[in-house]
Design a protein around this ligand. Structure first.
Ligand SMILES: Nc1nc2c(ncn2[C@@H]2O[C@H](COP(=O)(O)OP(=O)(O)OP(=O)(O)O)[C@@H](O)[C@H]2O)c(=O)[nH]1
Ligand SMILES: [Mg+2]
Length: 450
């Protein structure tokens, strides 16, 4: 049955005991259901108080319900929202009653999918709804809100407009095979093409910031044994997460702790000390530390301020850069610390993890470094997802090919073909051109009821 003829229902709040639970209904039965259930004539978008009785006439709860008339609703269809008491048993009884009255259970993300299919929002906004629900930091929330308000959609519109303009010009000449694109027009198209490529690249460059906003900033605490890595993790986490001892080689396996620093969400990873002559078990721990280092966004390289700065292994040297590493000189409370701290090439901070000194300054350095991961897209905070990045990689290839053909006066048909392919791929981001399977995948990762 086409989706427009089906009415869906789901619990929109988490299952469990709470003050309130909200049930959501969307589809053609919604208005009729409100009349049958609550009798009185209802004013759209106005909350009404009523008893909820099931099909058997049993009183289930007193509820507050609101009707929405399509297309002026979240999904673009007639909708009904019912707030009941937050007893999972009550919510379940109402939900089962709605099913008995002809609704079917909503699939994950189906309300938002319907909003997209009814043109209430483009795909980038629909995806932002999920980002908003899952945002774990102030900055992730800000990025989701920007995308929900169309920041990405607007940028895509600009890129599409330039692309369509170039394509229209090229196709006009294909329609008149006796004429070739004049050099002056080619030149002006090249300028537009370069601007399109530059803007596409800078949009693509927001991929890393997008990933760290969505997944968290993988922050690996690395260093020699006994320098105080686990002590630092514990003091940042605010509780004793890792074992600490005066014995080198205490941490054998890596462990992760979620942490908010300023507007950012970090996944702080404590690792085994990089012992130069490790025992077999330590060796395995070090191998795991290096594995973690491979996927790090940020390094906190902990050093003992009373000791000379050790050499980094070539593998770590290739991963740790000025753009992603802070050298943290620890144990500054010890008398011998002051004089023995030679500089490193990295931004550095001085702390005593045991006493908690220097931590606020360290946090500011972390925030500043993370801020530098952000690549500016006008004034809007745009941070694309892995799905967008995947499509943008192909778009860049098509545009680059088109640019070469344009510059080399290659066949206009092939040029148009590359431009069309880029246009199709852009359509995959905004959802203007997208196949059902991809759509299923996107919305399947939503929660039920959203
Ligand atoms: N004086 C002083 N001692 C510290 C400080 N931070 C940690 N320590 C001590 O240094 C020792 C090692 O601390 P850990 O946090 O276990 O060090 P680690 O780097 O995790 O060590 P491994 O897990 O063995 O690699 C412990 O005895 C800590 O109490 C500090 O700021 N000042
Ligand atoms: Mg440790």
């Amino acid at each position: 049955m086409p989706f427009e003829f089906e009415t869906i229902a789901a619990l929109a709040t988490p299952a469990g005991t709470s003050a309130l639970a909200v049930l959501r209904v969307s589809g053609p039965l919604s208005s009729g259901l409100a009349n049958v259930l609550f009798g009185s004539i209802t004013t759209p978008r106005m909350a009404h108080h009523a008893d909820y009785r099931n099909v058997g006439g049993t009183l289930v709860d007193d509820v507050v319900f609101t009707c929405f008339v399509g297309p002026n609703s979240y999904t673009g269809e007639d909708c009904l929202e019912i707030s009941c008491h937050g007893n999972p048993f009550v919510a379940q009884m109402i939900l089962e009653d709605l099913f008995a009255r002809g609704c079917r259970p909503a699939e994950p993300g189906e309300f938002t999918k319907r909003a997209f299919l009814h043109g209430r929002m483009d795909l980038s906004r629909a995806e932002a709804v999920m980002d908003l629900i899952h945002a774990r930091s102030e900055r992730a929330l800000a990025a989701a809100n920007h995308q929900l308000r169309g920041a990405l959609a607007r940028e895509l519109d600009v890129l599409n407009a330039i692309l369509i303009n170039i394509l229209a010009f090229v196709e006009a000449y294909i329609d008149f095979p006796e004429e070739d694109l004049p050099p002056s027009d080619r030149q002006s198209l090249l300028i537009q093409m370069d601007s399109l490529l530059a803007r596409t690249r800078s949009l693509h460059a927001t991929k890393h910031y997008g990933a760290i906003l969505r997944e968290g900033i993988i922050t690996v605490i690395i260093g020699e044994p006994n320098v105080g890595k686990s002590t630092l993790l514990n003091i940042l986490a605010g509780h004793e997460r890792a074992l600490v001892s005066a014995e080198p080689g205490t941490t054998r396996d890596y462990l992760e702790e979620p942490l908010l620093i300023g507007p950012h969400f970090l996944r702080l990873v404590d690792t085994a000390g990089l012992n130069a002559s490790p025992s077999p078990l330590e060796r395995r721990g070090i191998a795991k530390s290096l594995e973690q280092a491979e996927s790090a966004d940020l390094f906190l390289w902990v050093l003992d301020a009373t000791q000379p700065v050790p050499q980094l292994s070539p593998r770590l040297t290739s991963l740790m850069t000025q753009a992603n590493t802070i050298a943290v000189f620890n144990k500054i409370d010890l008398n011998s610390a002051e004089s023995a701290t030679p500089p490193t090439a990295f931004m550095s901070g001085r702390i005593s993890a045991i006493q908690g000194t220097g931590l606020d300054e360290l946090k500011i350095k972390i925030i500043n470094l993370v801020e530098s991961f952000r690549s500016e897209q006008d004034s809007d905070l745009i941070a694309i997802s892995a799905r967008h990045a995947h499509l943008l990689t192909s778009i860049e290839i098509s545009l680059q090919l088109a640019r070469v053909r344009l510059a080399n006066e290659g066949p206009d048909e092939l040029l148009a073909c590359d431009l069309r392919s880029a246009l199709r791929l852009f359509g995959g981001i905004s959802g203007k051109i997208i196949d059902d399977e991809v759509l299923e995948q996107i919305f399947a990762s939503f929660c039920i009821g959203k």
